[in-house]
Design a protein around this ligand. Structure first.
Ligand code: AHM
Ligand code: MG
Length: 341
């Protein structure tokens, strides 16, 4: 369904309209997305009062209600689990905050999807009031039996049925894809509703921005250093990109998605697979960027084609505008080892 520039469309309405493109849909995936939007609103409230929580008693670890305070990332983790575990739509979950699979508790129905998430990425930035984000990935259950297993989680990113992120910035935005383009919604705090603000996001073919933590340069392989020289316009005739690095993946990714750019987190001698986690940080963003016309590689292959072997597996990442990622493929193909552990 088309909307005019001035139509007011809630995320709920939009998700329902999208579902109508699939006559066979049961509504479960739509409901998962809507439940995640609810969790995002709850996390927004906690993130927005993070500074106040400090004032009101973080030193004692006890808040004004006499409850022991939890770290915000643990809080966000618990909020998502509580919003999702009883719905009958998931077979299991996995989170950056949990070493193992998170089963659906006994007594609740299980469903045909698996949810993987990073509840509050970049949470070390909260103390200095820098944007943080939630990232999520939805896969179809492939194992037999009612409960989810590791086989449901360890699927290549190419098999994701939905992915998205929430950025808790100057406003809260939720951006998602189900494989039919990328849609962005901004939380109207007065209504408590996510409203469609960025329909059908397309990322520019060539980037304006380079997002990379240069302090690791001495540990990079020479091809990565050469790639960075290209991006900076020092070699190969590539126009010089502007360097922007928040150090909060969702914030860096979101800016580059809208404005065009490349985010790079390479492996180095000590950590060949870099820092970022394949299943709940890299794959969801790769699905989104591809749907927006961009691309993502680990230097050897498209990250969406990596066959995962561990829940918390890391991978090098070069993600963003298609032409800039193509340059990474060209300069890195071969010498860099592929995704590691
Ligand atoms: P986290 O999952 O522990 O929050 O770490 C992930 C964050 C990303 O948001 C960000 O892109 C990256 O770490 C920054 O790492 P570095 O400080 O090494 O540049
Ligand atoms: Mg993270």
């Amino acid at each position: 369904m088309r909307h005019s520039d001035t139509s007011v469309v809630t995320i709920e309405r939009y998700i329902i309209e999208q579902e109508q493109h699939y006559p066979q849909a049961t509504g479960d995936l739509s409901a998962i997305l809507y439940d995640l939007a609810l969790a995002a609103k709850m996390i927004t409230n906690r993130v927005r009062s993070a500074g106040l929580a400090d004032v009101l008693g973080e030193t004692t670890g006890i808040n004004v209600h006499g409850e022991t305070q939890q770290k915000l990332d643990v809080l966000a983790h618990n909020i998502i689990i509580k919003a999702m575990d009883h719905t009958g739509r998931l077979c299991a979950m996995a989170s950056e905050e949990s070493p193992d699979l998170i089963p659906i508790p006994d007594g609740f129905r299980t469903g045909k999807y698996a949810l993987l998430f990073d509840p509050l990425d970049g949470s070390s930035n909260i103390d200095v009031n820098v944007p943080v984000g939630t990232i999520f990935s939805v896969l179809r259950k492939v194992s037999a039996g009612t409960h989810g297993t590791m086989a449901d989680m360890l699927q290549p990113g190419r098999r994701q049925v939905a992915a998205g992120y929430v950025i808790y910035g100057s406003s809260t935005m939720l951006v998602y894809t189900t494989g039919q383009g990328v849609h962005g919604f901004t939380l109207d705090p007065t209504l408590g509703e996510f409203l469609l603000s960025h329909p059908d996001i397309r990322t520019p073919l060539c980037g304006r921005y380079l997002s990379v933590n240069d302090s690791y340069a001495t540990g990079w392989e020479e091809p990565v250093r050469a790639l960075m020289r290209h991006y900076r316009g020092l070699e190969g005739g590539h126009p010089a990109l502007s360097v922007r690095y928040v150090g909060s993946l969702v914030a860096d990714f979101h800016r580059n998605l809208l404005g065009g750019g490349i985010f790079a987190y390479a492996g180095n001698h000590d950590h060949p697979a870099g820092k970022l986690r394949l299943l709940y940080e890299v794959n969801p963003l790769a699905f989104i960027v591809e749907q927006a016309g961009g691309s993502a590689t680990d230097g050897v292959q498209d990250v969406l084609d990596i066959v995962p072997h561990a829940l918390h597996q890391r991978t090098p990442l070069f993600i963003g505008s298609a032409d800039d990622v193509a340059l990474a493929r060209r300069l890195l193909g071969g010498p860099l080892a592929g995704a590691g552990a």
